[in-house]
Design a protein around this ligand. Sequence first.
Ligand SMILES: NC(=O)c1ccc[n+]([C@@H]2O[C@H](COP(=O)([O-])OP(=O)(O)OC[C@H]3O[C@@H](n4cnc5c(N)ncnc54)[C@H](OP(=O)(O)O)[C@@H]3O)[C@@H](O)[C@H]2O)c1
Length: 242
Amino acid sequence: MTTLENRTALVTGANRGVGQAYVAGLLDRGVARIYAAARTLDTLSETVDLDPARVVPLKLDVTDRAQIAAAVAAAADVTLLINNAGSLTFGGALDVSEDGLNRDMAVNNDGLREVTRAFAPVIEGNGGGAFVNMLTLLSFVSAPGFSGYNASKAAAWSMSMSLRAYLRPRGIDVVNVFPAGIDTDMLAGVDAPKDSPQDVVRDVLDGLVAGEEDIYPASAADVFKAWRADQKAVEAMFAGMM
Ligand SMILES: NC(=O)c1ccc[n+]([C@@H]2O[C@H](COP(=O)([O-])OP(=O)(O)OC[C@H]3O[C@@H](n4cnc5c(N)ncnc54)[C@H](OP(=O)(O)O)[C@@H]3O)[C@@H](O)[C@H]2O)c1
């Protein structure tokens, strides 16, 4: 995707955190229309610039197939879809709740897959475009205290690579994003280095227009470099963060 200007984008989980930063970043880059999708629309105007000319609120719980179908009908001009909605349940592999495990998988893997399956024909029909999938470095190296989240994001990474192979011939790129920690509600209370959502979004949008298909934004670039040099050393470092 060489330019974002005049595109129509949809961002899931647009009401806070990285999703909120995506809406602002896409507006800055000249995107013509943005569907700001969120589970609840009541408070969207408190966090997102609902510029009536360019931003369209859209109700979307990514685990609800009926809402996904309604979103497809309402947003038939999309060519860039940011699969951003995410869920993180705290807990180690031996003690995490089953509800938490199921929720993280339902949102992070199943939701991403179902939104992609539903919108692929839309994007193809509009002449092609891209899905941007918010994965994490934890897709390939586990933080033991986030066991369900790691597993769901590893599944989503695998699913994204499969989707990429099927969608590329249809003129649709699948761009996978692997951030390090980001300073949002998701990691509130976790004492760790964190990038700003704005820096992450800047690097993702730069990578997207540069044609990168795997993006390691902000401080994730250094962690990825270290992981490529010595995977076991990075695994041991993360294992120490229980
Ligand atoms: N924060 C980090 O350190 C970090 C690092 C790497 C990757 N990521 C990924 O970046 C993405 C954004 O994370 P964030 O830090 O902005 O998280 P966040 O602050 O916890 O926000 C999560 C967003 O996802 C939405 N969401 C959750 N379940 C949903 C569902 N079933 N349907 C639709 N929306 C749903 C939330 O909506 P509600 O307000 O309705 O709950 C909220 O808008 C996620 O995919 C996350 O895994 C985050």
